[in-house]
Design a protein around this ligand. Structure first.
Ligand SMILES: *[C@@H]1O[C@H](CO)[C@@H](O)[C@H](O)[C@H]1NC(C)=O
Ligand SMILES: *[C@@H]1O[C@H](CO)[C@@H](O)[C@H](O)[C@H]1NC(C)=O
Ligand SMILES: *[C@@H]1O[C@H](CO)[C@@H](O)[C@H](O)[C@H]1NC(C)=O
Ligand SMILES: *[C@@H]1O[C@H](CO)[C@@H](O)[C@H](O)[C@H]1NC(C)=O
Ligand SMILES: *[C@@H]1O[C@H](CO)[C@@H](O)[C@H](O)[C@H]1NC(C)=O
Length: 739
């Protein structure tokens, strides 16, 4: 954001607040104020808002002698002990001196974990090919996002019951909008022009994520016959509660916290959070605190891992009490094949699929003799691309369609967009404005060497439409953030992979594109997250009494670590994907509702874990919103948390950790432990047979990991599986690389 737009938005915000308070003249004051979140000790007996206001100074303006309004924006009552206020530096200093003050957070924008194509199209998902285990009836999914387009066909309430009695939320659409599908909708917009704007989606993102999580059935959906079929979200009969915390794609942390506060108060069952701040210590992270409170109230939270990949340690939202979701590709590609003059064919992707193609070949040119000086086909000086196909480097997460516009503008006949090396084989199906194909780095390298090898290189673009079962199916997208977690390296993060690449779902007309085309394709961990929110809703509707940790364990231990062909899931380089890239594996929704055993966790387990991080009692108390004495509650190491994955380092001797599983399958069942691990690692499980005789019976076992000889610096990965006649309960075992 540039400074001038910042000033303008604050200006309007200020105007609005002042006009509300009957004190318009105070606006004349030239004091510069900013938004802050103030973390304070929880109140004892006070009315929360009165207590929060007691931190704010009362000012006399010098000119008018009128009392200025106190600049309280939100008094957070549910998930965070504190408030948001608009303060000058001097006022902030006064707040800091009050008893009970803990910490101040300047407002900041939380990025949406998406990589938008700003373009829209009428393509439609065929509903995905996943078997569905249920429809999510009676479950409420809260969406923290950019709002929703309530009139979209995906949000009809056909087949849905009225909201559950416990539902406390409200609907802020001016007229209509809410029904039995969208049961509540609110807008939070502290830093923007119009805080009274209804929770209508002004970016498309929120409509897309909401329909992915819980869009109702839309029959006969197709785009020019492509991808025809019935469209639906993961939990088509779950209710949606909308919390618009972003305006025009910008999400202020002050509003995000207010949305979380409201959603928890309203009693949603599942929270979908496609936003991500960078990693930091939990005691200074309001999102860590708010999601802890949500977990404590039994709310399942699904969060985006972030789009910082493939850099190691880039994962965000890494709290063990939430599900952290990585983005994978699907076994579907929207194919645009490059046929070179030498007969060689290289598959790429594009959503722009012109009907009459495949016969004409064009001269091929690479308008970047010096890549550093002309990396993105921005400048065609010295290159004649008129009537030619231009080979350009991809610009990464955004700007790809714009490169095509530029090629078209200079008279180009077509474009081949090639990945950089780190982007590997992850290709975007974009709504290009000219015949184009986005190809992998390796295909790009082959095209480059062909151009080098001949004086008159030519190419043809052949459009093949939607191709299912493209191989290898299921890889991890290059941008999906990677572990290990910086804040808690001993917990495996991300937890799971969901589809996040080239996802087609409902879209809202936006300011930039005011036409309602109905659907759009976007990619990002933002898109993977609502898939998991919907799947959590399916599990919750079948098992309403399960804790968030039990649902998470069910999702992780039943996931797939191989693709459809039985080969290990690969990363963007087509190497075997690390658990630090994909979490336990790719979600398998039909198995997740019936996991056999779960690794459960309660609030006290997380408190002992937080004590084990050794940041002190004050840090733990801040995260859990109450006073904790770690020497009384006891502390455990990260590896000892009853997590459905094990991160263990046996380099300085054998390590033993305990786990407890709860039988949620057949009453009488018998499980045997099976371990897969590279031979240099020794794993002993005691006992290695578990006999259960009733449902909800808990049994513990110990896992001892040691190394046979010198492990060196490279890590190792394997699995622990509890196998019965009907279930396989798989946990990753990760020996992290040593640094
Ligand atoms: C604020 O939003 C309302 C409702 O959309 C609209 O009527 C009003 O004009 C907006 N005000 C400003 C200042 O944009
Ligand atoms: C999609 O369209 C094709 C061709 O018209 C038709 O054969 C097929 O049954 C349709 N599929 C669905 C799921 O409607
Ligand atoms: C193209 O040829 C030049 C000169 O022979 C060589 O330096 C360059 O590495 C070649 N590039 C590719 C991609 O083969
Ligand atoms: C925490 O508990 C221990 C053991 O009972 C006690 O010695 C210590 O004073 C307590 N600390 C605080 C801050 O209350
Ligand atoms: C694991 O459990 C056993 C038996 O309950 C106990 O003796 C042992 O100390 C525990 N080990 C750890 C590392 O907690």
């Amino acid at each position: 954001m540039n400074p001038s737009s910042c000033l303008i938005s604050y200006f309007f915000w200020y105007l609005y607040v002042c006009s509300l308070s009957f004190n318009f003249f105070a606006f004349a004051s030239s004091i510069e104020r900013k938004n802050y979140i103030i973390h304070v000790q929880p109140p004892d007996d006070f009315d929360t808002e009165v207590y929060h206001r007691s931190f704010l100074p009362v000012y006399q303006t010098t000119e008018s002698e009128l009392e200025e309004p106190q600049h309280l924006i939100y008094s957070y009552g549910e998930v965070f002990s504190g408030f948001a206020a608009r303060l000058s530096e001097e006022e902030l200093n006064a707040v800091k001196k009050k008893d009970g003050f803990l910490h101040v957070y300047p407002d900041q924008y939380v990025p949406l974990a998406t990589t938008h194509s700003p373009d829209f199209l009428g393509l439609h998902t065929g509903g995905g090919s996943w078997p569905r285990s249920g429809l999510g009836r009676g479950v409420i999914i809260g969406m923290l996002d950019t709002g929703i387009l309530p009139s979209h066909a995906s949000f009809t309430d056909v087949g849905l019951p009225p909201p559950p009695k416990r539902w406390k939320g409200i609907c802020e659409f001016k007229t209509g909008g809410c029904n039995n599908k969208i049961i509540g909708a609110r807008a939070f917009g502290s830093a923007v022009i119009n805080v009274t704007a209804p929770p209508i989606d002004d970016a498309g993102h929120g409509t897309h994520t909401a329909s992915t999580a819980a869009g109702n059935f839309v029959g006969d959906a197709s785009y020019k016959g492509n991808a025809n079929g019935t469209a639906a979200g993961m939990a088509p009969h779950a209710h949606l509660a909308i919390y618009k915390v972003c305006t025009r794609g910008r999400c202020s942390i002050v509003d995000v916290l207010a949305g979380l506060d409201a959603a928890v108060k309203d009693r949603v069952d599942v929270l979908s959070f496609s936003l991500g701040l960078s990693s930091g210590p939990f005691q200074y992270d309001p999102i860590a605190m708010a999601t802890f409170k949500a977990m404590e109230k039994g709310i399942f939270v699904s969060c985006a891992a972030g789009n910082g990949g493939p850099a190691i340690g880039s994962v965000s939202n890494e709290f063990p009490w939430v599900l952290t979701v990585a983005a994978g590709t699907m076994d579907r590609s929207i194919r645009a094949t490059v046929k070179l003059g030498n007969g060689k064919e290289l598959d790429g992707e594009s959503l722009f699929q012109p009907a009459n193609s495949g016969s004409v070949s064009y001269p091929l040119v690479h308008p970047a003799s010096n890549m550093a000086a002309n990396p993105d086909c921005e400048n065609f000086e010295g290159f004649d691309i008129h009537g030619k196909i231009a080979l350009c480097m991809s610009s990464g997460l955004s700007g790809r369609v714009e490169i095509g516009s530029s090629v078209l503008g200079f008279g180009g006949a077509g474009m081949i967009l090639m990945n950089s090396k780190p982007e590997g084989y992850t290709t975007f199906a974009d709504a290009h404005v000219l015949p184009a194909s986005h190809v992998s780095y390796s295909a790009g390298a082959a095209i480059l060497s062909y151009i080098n090898s001949t004086t008159n290189p030519t190419a043809t673009l052949v459009f093949k439409g939607t191709v299912m079962d493209s191989s290898p199916s299921r890889t991890i997208a290059f941008f999906s953030s990677r572990g290990p977690s910086k804040a808690t390296p001993g917990i495996l993060k991300p937890d799971i992979t969901g589809p996040g690449m080239n996802i087609l779902a409902a879209w809202a007309p936006t300011l930039m594109h005011p036409f309602d085309q109905g659907f759009n394709i976007v990619s990002g961990t933002s898109m993977a997250t609502p898939h998991l929110s919907g799947i959590a809703a399916l599990i919750k509707s079948v098992h309403p009494d399960w804790s968030p940790a039990a649902i998470k364990s069910a999702i992780m231990t039943t996931s797939d670590n191989v693709d459809r062909t039985g080969k290990p899931i690969k990363d963007e380089q087509y190497q075997k994907a690390s658990f630090f890239a994909m979490g336990a594996g790719h979600v398998n929704p039909s198995r997740a509702v019936d996991p056999g055993l779960v690794y459960d966790l309660g609030v006290n387990d997380y408190i002992s874990y937080l004590c084990g991080l050794e940041d002190g009692d004050a840090a733990v108390s801040a995260v859990v919103h109450r006073s904790v004495n770690c020497s009384l509650v006891g502390s455990i190491k990260e590896a000892e948390l009853n997590y459905p994955a094990l991160v263990i380092d046996p380099r300085s001797g054998p390590v033993t950790v305990n786990r407890t599983v709860t039988n949620v399958g057949l009453a009488k069942s018998r499980y045997a432990a099976v371990v897969y691990m590279p031979k240099e690692i020794k794993v002993i499980v005691r006992p290695w047979i578990l006999h259960f005789s009733y449902v909800n019976q808990k049994m513990s076992f110990a896992v001892t990991v040691s190394s046979r000889g010198n492990l060196g610096n490279t890590g190792a990965e394997g699995s622990l599986m509890w196998v019965s006649s009907s279930h396989v309960v798989r946990s990753p075992i990760v020996i992290p690389a040593s640094t």
